[in-house]
Ligand binder design. Structure first.
Ligand code: NAI
Length: 721
């Protein structure tokens, strides 16, 4: 068979791979010329079907799947194709076609090997699972996983059945329910791969696996890795029909705790594994197909898939923006406090040399310890070796003066949230640094243009708003003020990207985008309390709706003084719409500043935290008639209202940036697809009607933004779909 012969009949477009025959071994080179990565699609199915027909008739010693895409094997299914499905029957037909195809590879009369170098995810791993053997390289880019739950789906190409049969139910459930991606070494330990090799030795190692011959028809790996007694017993129980099954029950409890019951996919996965393990494989696969079809057409999967595309689009724009970045390897961080140290740690982890400055050695020592603790945590989880920790720590250069800043082209400032202090450090840094120094401030509320007033080169001043804790939170809000130069913006975006953050670029103004829209939501929650809702009622209503924490607990976390101060800054801007609840002021007077002092709306001095009843007395509270639905609606609609005003003001323009900001910044329920999608789903007419009704009862602050009114009138939506 020639390369050319393989290119025919693979459906529309060029063939997604090539087959080379060498010494009786068919090398299937996966390399879709139409994509940067290989994703399983109907085009792949058609090509495989055609190839397998011919291969089955050849006199072969073996077949090896390899990828020609550097860093990627197959990264999953073509999600755009999945998203287009609305009809369950069509999904089932597509999945069953995939099952048949994968099954045919499994039944070839010669050994079939997956030689994995790079990301092997979702459908890619499922194809590998159907192979007789799996070989994986030890390169850091080799990762294996079944991330389908993250899109509201379950594995649909046999993963829910072949994986537990191969590595045992408890371990398989862990992978399927978390969607985590594991390195090859861990996969070998689990028995998911049979052999490890260096990327350069992939070919020889694959041939060696072929030479092992065709294994017997069980799905067990050749050598079972050693597993704990607990794991073996639970696996045995999990495979027994009718047994009271602790493994599944425990998994279910864990899922419900983590997801609040808002995500059907993991629960479905548990059911499909549980039932499937008591059935022959072909019947079990039918269960999987039906469950997959149900999920892929559900609202939750549609929302989660939309976030996937939204994130890709936002990241693509950031990548483009960063093209004109100035190269930077050395970064100054001012302030080694909670945020400064967090930022410095991530920078050092990503390879930057960091000059970390604070006012005195004590503050520096605390900051360095914070960094070291974070690195130690990474080492404990085997994400870094002790040598790498040492190297990363040595990239941190602590100082209490500006010596060394002459060679620092980029500075991130995280000193106190005070205009005077920030102005002073801008002047000092500019005096000590190079002429083209870029100065990024991590202020959470102060307009960047206001900070730039102290600068000799306002075009090089920009906002870089991180979220806390910096090493965990995926979002970075970059703020350009009217004078910020394109180069300063590009350089800042590139640094954010290299730090591993999803970057949104927003316009200037008090609170920028994220703090500005969070404020009215927290204020509305405080008003609900003042009007007679209970503290725990508010938080429970909001978490039931899908927020990760309730607003009262969030106020305690942020610090009530900080929230109050931020609210004041933003209220100045809001003019006659500003209507700040009196509650925060009363809390501050009583020194109930939140978790940092052990008491706020909750009391943290004993575990678990409990609602602080004293607060009711303090605020002269009387039970009122604010029900859960009203709390939830008022809070999220106020956030939407402020979002619309940010759009009117040009602070944020692209609806995708809004969704990424609210979901990644403070956990707007992902299964709703974003705040604008939630508004689209309900209809802007409805939203405007509700806000008008609330405004009539509670005042001007709840009046719908003009943009919402206009869009509702014209029957428009934020997203096209
Ligand atoms: P922090 O109080 O923990 O740290 C501030 C640090 O700056 C202290 O170590 C202090 O000694 C140092 N500092 C003060 N003046 C200095 C100077 N002239 N030169 C060098 N160092 C100086 O405060 P935190 O929480 O780290 O906040 C820092 C900034 O980050 C603030 O602007 C804050 O609004 C912003 N921010 C805070 C977030 C949070 O969750 N804490 C989130 C996002 C932004």
């Amino acid at each position: 068979m020639t390369d050319n012969a393989t290119k025919e009949g693979a459906g529309a477009g060029a063939a997604p791979g090539r087959i080379k025959l060498e010494d009786g071994v068919a090398w299937v080179h996966l390399d879709d010329p139409e994509k940067n990565v290989n994703t399983l699609s109907t085009r792949y199915f058609a090509w495989f079907e055609q190839q397998i027909q011919q291969l089955a008739g050849e006199d072969l010693r073996g077949l090896v799947f390899v990828s020609d895409k550097p860093g990627y094997f197959i990264v999953g299914a073509d999600i755009a194709e999945l998203e287009a499905f609305t009809d369950r029957a069509a999904v089932i037909a597509m999945i069953e076609r995939g099952h048949r195809l994968v099954g045919r590879f499994a039944q070839l009369p010669f050994p079939v090997v997956a030689a994995i170098d790079g990301a092997c995810l979702g459908g890619g791993l499922e194809l590998a699972l159907a192979c007789d053997r799996r070989l994986a390289t030890t390169a850091p880019h080799t990762k294996l996983g079944l991330p389908e739950v993250q899109l509201g789906l379950i594995p649909g190409l046999g993963g829910t059945q072949r994986l537990p049969r191969l590595i045992g139910v408890p371990e398989a459930l862990d992978l399927i329910l978390t969607g985590k991606q594991i390195p090859a070494k861990k996969a070998k330990k689990l028995g998911l791969v049979d052999q490890l090799c260096d990327p350069l030795a992939l070919r020889e190692a694959a041939l060696e696996l072929v030479s092992w011959g065709k294994p017997s028809r069980t799905l067990r790996p050749r050598k079972r890795p050693s597993r704990s007694l607990f794991s073996r017993v639970s696996d045995l129980v999990a495979r027994t029909p009718g047994a009271k099954n602790l493994v599944y029950e425990a998994a279910r409890k864990k899922v419900l705790k983590r997801s609040g019951g808002h995500y059907p996919a993991p629960l479905k996965a548990i059911d499909v594994v549980r039932e499937g393990m008591t059935l022959p494989l072909d019947e079990a696969l039918r269960l999987e197909a039906a469950a997959f079809a149900e999920l892929v057409t559900s609202d939750v999967a549609k929302a989660l898939i939309s976030i996937f595309f939204t994130k890709n689009e936002v990241e693509g724009r950031a990548r483009k923006l960063a093209e004109d970045a100035r190269p930077v390897e050395r970064i100054g961080v001012l302030g080694a406090g909670f945020m400064g140290a967090g930022i410095a740690q991530v920078l050092a982890y990503k390879g930057y040399t960091v000059v970390l400055k604070d006012r005195d050695h004590k503050a520096l020592g605390r900051g360095l310890k914070q960094c070291h603790d974070l690195f130690r945590g990474l080492a404990k989880r085997r994400r870094m070796t002790p040598v790498e920790v040492k190297e990363a720590m040595s990239r941190l250069r602590p100082t209490i003066d500006y010596r060394g800043f002459g060679r620092v082209p980029f500075v991130i400032e995280a000193v106190f949230e005070d205009v005077g202090v920030k102005h002073a450090v801008i002047r000092e840094t500019e005096a000590a640094g190079p002429d083209d120094l870029i100065f990024a401030s991590n202020t959470s509320t102060i307009p960047i243009a206001r900070l730039a007033e102290a600068s000799k080169r306002p075009e090089n001043v920009i906002g870089m708003h991180f979220f806390s804790p910096v090493h965990k939170m995926p979002l970075l809000e970059i703020i350009r003020h009217p004078k910020t130069s394109a180069e300063a913006l590009a350089t800042t975006v590139e640094i954010g990207r290299r730090m591993g953050k999803t970057v949104i670029v927003v316009g200037d103004g008090p609170g920028f985008f994220t703090s500005r829209v969070l404020g009215p939501m927290l204020n509305e929650a405080a008003w609900c309390l003042a009007q007679g809702a209970r503290i725990d009622q508010i938080d429970r209503a909001m978490t039931r709706w899908g927020w990760p924490v309730g607003p009262m607990a969030l106020l305690d976390e942020v610090g009530i003084d900080i929230a109050f101060h931020a609210g004041k800054v933003m209220a100045e801007h809001a003019g006659d719409r500003a209507d700040t609840s009196p509650i925060l002021g009363l809390m501050i007077e009583a020194e109930r500043l939140g978790r940092k002092v052990g008491k706020g709306f909750y009391d943290y001095r004993k575990k678990p935290k409990r609602v602080a009843r004293e607060v009711y007395e303090l605020i002269d509270w009387e039970e009122g008639e604010v029900d859960d639905d009203e709390i939830v609606e008022r809070c999220w609609m106020q956030m939407l209202n402020e979002t619309a005003r940010c759009m009117e003001d040009g602070v944020i323009e692209n609806p995708n940036d809004v969704e990424i900001g609210v979901i990644f910044g403070f956990g707007f329920p992902p299964f709703r697809g974003g705040i604008l999608r939630e508004a689209d789903r309900l209809g802007l007419d409805y939203v405007v009607g509700r806000l008008e009704a609330y405004a009539a009862r509670y005042g001007k602050r709840l009046e719908p933004a003009q943009l919402l009114r206009d869009m509702a009138k014209k029957g428009r939506r934020f997203h096209r779909r």
